[in-house]
Design a protein around this ligand. Structure first.
Ligand SMILES: [Zn+2]
Ligand SMILES: [Zn+2]
Length: 232
């Protein structure tokens, strides 16, 4: 599915319905996040479906260093030689030099139903095949037609990506639509105050399409729905 010209969304049910984004820009491919599978099969399939080869993948940007988003990273690095980009506060986790920060062990009520799944999968501290970060991304940088936004809260170095001409916002885990629409998975938010400021900032962009880290994108009333997450 194409969210905007050249922006393709990838991902199925694995990794908590995790999503990645393959962007065709200026003849080159850029990937944002790498899905759960360590063989990167779904990403490689999408690259070939577009009639391209892995060597066309020039850079891989990581929204944040949680397992579901990093699974295919090392395999894709091997296949493509792409440069790996992340915020400096996530880089050492991506590289396998530090574990992700622990999150609340007992989730709040709505999450209890799916807690066993949650523990195994997405505490985010599971091991991923590591790969070193080649380049640091910071707020205000440009990446394949997107502006880089530093939106901390879910994790300290969490990034979102904003394409103003398409009104397209890729929020990473700052917002989730699976298993339901909410401001990220509450039990995973490391800093609630920063997270709220990040949501407020993203709402202020008035996005027309919002694609999230887990679940389907929001294509209708997207700005209003993000505003509804802002605590007044
Ligand atoms: Zn996460
Ligand atoms: Zn996630």
């Amino acid at each position: 599915m194409e969210l905007a010209p050249g922006v393709h969304i990838i991902g199925g049910k694995s990794g908590g319905h995790v999503r990645a984004f393959l962007v065709k820009h200026g003849g080159e491919l850029t990937l944002i996040d790498t899905l759960y599978g360590t063989d990167a099969g779904a990403v490689l399939t999408e690259i070939r479906r577009l009639g391209r080869s892995p060597s066309d993948l020039k850079r891989i940007a990581i929204t944040h260093a949680h397992r579901s988003h990093l699974g295919g990273l090392a395999a894709l690095k091997r296949e493509s030689g792409a440069r790996i980009l992340a915020h400096e506060w996530e880089a050492d986790i991506v590289a396998g030099e530090r574990k992700a920060q622990p999150v609340t062990i007992l989730p709040r009520l709505p999450l209890r139903a799916w807690f066993p799944w949650q523990v195994g999968l997405a505490l985010g501290r599971g091991k991923h095949p590591p790969a070193p970060v080649d380049e640091v991304l910071a707020d205000g940088d440009e990446l394949a037609g997107f502006q880089v936004l530093h939106v901390p809260g879910h994790t300290p170095g969490h990034l979102a990506f904003w394409a103003p001409e398409h009104g397209l916002l890729l929020t990473g885990d700052a917002i989730a639509t699976w298993p339901r629409f909410e401001a990220g998975w509450p039990a995973f938010t490391l800093n609630a105050e920063e997270h709220e400021a990040s949501i407020r900032r993203m709402a202020g962009l008035e996005p027309r399409t919002v694609a999230v880290g887990h679940g389907d994108p929001i294509v209708k009333d997207a700005a209003a729905r993000v505003h509804s997450l802002v605590n007044s």
